[in-house]
Design a protein around this ligand. Structure first.
Ligand SMILES: Cc1cc2nc3c(=O)[nH]c(=O)nc-3n(C[C@@H](O)C(O)[C@H](O)COP(=O)(O)OP(=O)(O)OC[C@H]3O[C@@H](n4cnc5c(N)ncnc54)[C@H](O)[C@@H]3O)c2cc1C
Length: 449
C-alpha cells in the first residue's frame, strides 16, 4: 500500500482523524492475527485494531507509526444455529451480513443502528441502538468470544459457551466488551438471536409538553409490555433540521410540536397489525382528551417512513451547521429536567450554539447535540469547549449520568474518562487491562497513571 491507500484507513464514523499508520495488515484467519501480535511485540510496534471503521470515539484510528490490523477479510465464517437461536461469526462479519443469514431462519440480531459495523467492533464498542429498550446492548446478547490476547505471544482464548444458562464463575468475556481493542483482538463471536417480528407498527406522537414524555412511556410500557420495541425522542430543532434538509421526507405534523416521540411496537405471527393499532389507539385515547391534552396528534405508519425521519436527524444537523455531538445518558426520569437546565445555561453562556437534541429516551440515552449554524460565522473553538464542559459537567456531576452512553471510550473522549472516572477505579481497570494486554495495544489506556 502507498500513502494514499494508507490514508483510507484514517477515516471512521466521525470522518478523518488519527495519524498515518506504518502499514495496514488484513489477516484472513486467527493464526494470522496471532502471528501479527507476536511480530509487533518483537518489533516494539503498537497494534491498533479496525473493524468496519464506523466507530465514533476514534479508538480505531492509528497514530503515526502504529501498525493497523484491519479485520475486513476475517469474515468468511457465518454459522446460524436456528435451534439454539444463536449465530457464530468471524469478527470481521458485518451486521448486515449476519442479519441476512439469520433472516433465512426467521431470526435477527437485535442490536440495531444506522451504520453497518463489524461484529468484533460491536463487541469492542459495546454497541447499543434504537431497540436497546427491548433487547439490550451487545453485552446482553453475547455468548462466546474467541480472542487473541495482546500479550506479545498472541495467546488464543475462548471465553464463554453458546449456552443460554452458564453460571460458572466470573464471566471474563464481559471484560473485553467496551475495551475498544485495547485488551485483545476479537476473532470470532457467538451472539444470541431473536425471532424476526411478523408485524410492526410505528407511530409518531406530537406532545404538547416534553415533560409529558414519561407519562406516555409509562402508559405504553404498562399496556404493551415487551411489545414496545423502541421509544425515541426528537426535540423541535432536530425535527425541523431533518425535515428541512433531507429530501424525500414528509412532515407528519404542522406546526412543529414542542416534542416528538417515535415509538415502535412489534410482535410475532399470532398478532395482526390492525389489532396492534387498536390497542395503541385505546392506550393513547385518554392522553388525547381535553383542551390541554398531553398528546396533540399521532401519525401511524406500517412501513419505514417515520423511522426515515428519525434516521435523517444526524444528516439534518450536519446540513444545518457544525455539530457539537455529546452522547450522554441519564436516568429516564431526569432527561427532560436536564434538557431544560442545560438549554438555559447554553443560551446564557454560549448563545451562538443551538441545542438540537434527540435520543433513545426509552433507555435514558440522549444525543445532546448542538449546532453552530452556518450563518453564525466561523466556529469559536473556545465557545464550543465551554459548551462541552457545561454539558458533561452537568450530566456527570449534577445528575450522576454518563459522559458516554453508547459510543464507548476513545481519543475523542478520553479526557472525560480522566475527569470523571475516579483514580481508584482507573487504577483497577488499568490493572485488569494489563492482565490481558501486558504489551500495550490499542489507543486506550484505561489506567491513565
Ligand atoms: C451513522 C452511525 C450511526 C451510529 N449509531 C450508533 C448507535 O445507535 N449506537 C451505538 O452504540 N453506536 C452507533 N454508532 C457507532 C458504531 O457504529 C460503533 O461503535 C460500532 O459498533 C463500531 O464497530 P466497527 O466495526 O465499525 O468498529 P471500528 O470503528 O472499526 O472500531 C471501533 C473500536 O473497536 C475496536 N475493534 C474493532 N474491531 C475489533 C476486534 N475485532 N477486536 C477488538 N477490537 C476491535 C477498535 O480498535 C475501536 O476501538 C453509529 C455510527 C455511525 C457512523
Amino acid at each position: 500500500m502507498n500513502s494514499d491507500d494508507l490514508a483510507g484507513y484514517r477515516m471512521d464514523g466521525r470522518g478523518m482523524g488519527g495519524g498515518l499508520p506504518l502499514a495496514v495488515v488484513r489477516p484472513v484467519d486467527e493464526q494470522g492475527v496471532s502471528a501479527l501480535v507476536r511480530l509487533t511485540a518483537d518489533e516494539g510496534l503498537r497494534l491498533v485494531v479496525q473493524g468496519a471503521c464506523t466507530g465514533l470515539a476514534g479508538a480505531g484510528l492509528a497514530e503515526n507509526g502504529d501498525l493497523v490490523i484491519n479485520l475486513d477479510r476475517l469474515s468468511r465464517y457465518i454459522s446460524i444455529d436456528p435451534e439454539n437461536r444463536t449465530a457464530t461469526v468471524d469478527a470481521g462479519v458485518r451486521l448486515s451480513a449476519l442479519n441476512a443469514a439469520a433472516a433465512e431462519h426467521g431470526l435477527f440480531f437485535p442490536v440495531d443502528l444506522g451504520a453497518d459495523p463489524s461484529l468484533g467492533g460491536m463487541v469492542a464498542a459495546n454497541t447499543g441502538g434504537a431497540r436497546l429498550l427491548r433487547y439490550g446492548d451487545v453485552r446482553a446478547n453475547l455468548m462466546v468470544l474467541d480472542v487473541v490476547m495482546a500479550d506479545g505471544k498472541g495467546t488464543r482464548l475462548t471465553l464463554g459457551a453458546p449456552l443460554w444458562k452458564n453460571n460458572t464463575g466470573i464471566d471474563l468475556k464481559q471484560l473485553l466488551v467496551g475495551s475498544g481493542g485495547s485488551m485483545g483482538i476479537v476473532t470470532r463471536v457467538t451472539v444470541a438471536l431473536q425471532p424476526l417480528p411478523s408485524v410492526q407498527l410505528t407511530a409518531m406522537v406530537a406532545l404538547r409538553d416534553p415533560h409529558k414524555v414519561l407519562d406516555l412511556l409509562r402508559v405504553l410500557e404498562g399496556g404493551l409490555g415487551t411489545l414496545l420495541t423502541a421509544f425515541e425522542g426528537i426535540g423541535p430543532k432536530a425535527f425541523e433540521a431533518a425535515l428541512g434538509h433531507v429530501p424525500g421526507l414528509r412532515a407528519p405534523f404542522a406546526p412543529t410540536p414542542p416534542y416528538v416521540v417515535l415509538l415502535e411496537i412489534s410482535a410475532g405471527a399470532a398478532f395482526e397489525a390492525e389489532w396492534l393499532e387498536e390497542q395503541l389507539a385505546e392506550l393513547l385515547a385518554p392522553l388525547m382528551e381535553g383542551d390541554d391534552a398531553p398528546i396533540l396528534d399521532v401519525a401511524i405508519d406500517h412501513r419505514d417512513g417515520l423511522w426515515a425521519i428519525r434516521h435523517a436527524v444526524p444528516e439534518g444537523l450536519r446540513a444545518s451547521g457544525t455539530v457539537v455531538a455529546c452522547d450522554i445518558a441519564l436516568t429516564r426520569g431526569q432527561v427532560m429536567r436536564f434538557r431544560d437546565d442545560v438549554a438555559a445555561r447554553i443560551a446564557t453562556e454560549v448563545p451562538a450554539l443551538v441545542p438540537h437534541d434527540f435520543g433513545h429516551i426509552g433507555d435514558g440515552g440522549l444525543h445532546y447535540n448542538c449546532v453552530w449554524p452556518r450563518d453564525s460565522g466561523p466556529v469559536d473553538a473556545a465557545a464550543v469547549e465551554r459548551a462541552r464542559a457545561i454539558i458533561f459537567d452537568t450530566v456527570v456531576r449534577e445528575y450522576g449520568g454518563s459522559f458516554s452512553a453508547e459510543h464507548g471510550i476513545g481519543p475523542r473522549n478520553i479526557s472525560n474518562y480522566r475527569r470523571f472516572v475516579s483514580a481508584r477505579v482507573r487504577k483497577l481497570t488499568g490493572a485488569v487491562q494489563r492482565l490481558f494486554a501486558p504489551v500495550p495495544g490499542g489507543r486506550i489506556d484505561f489506567g491513565m497513571e
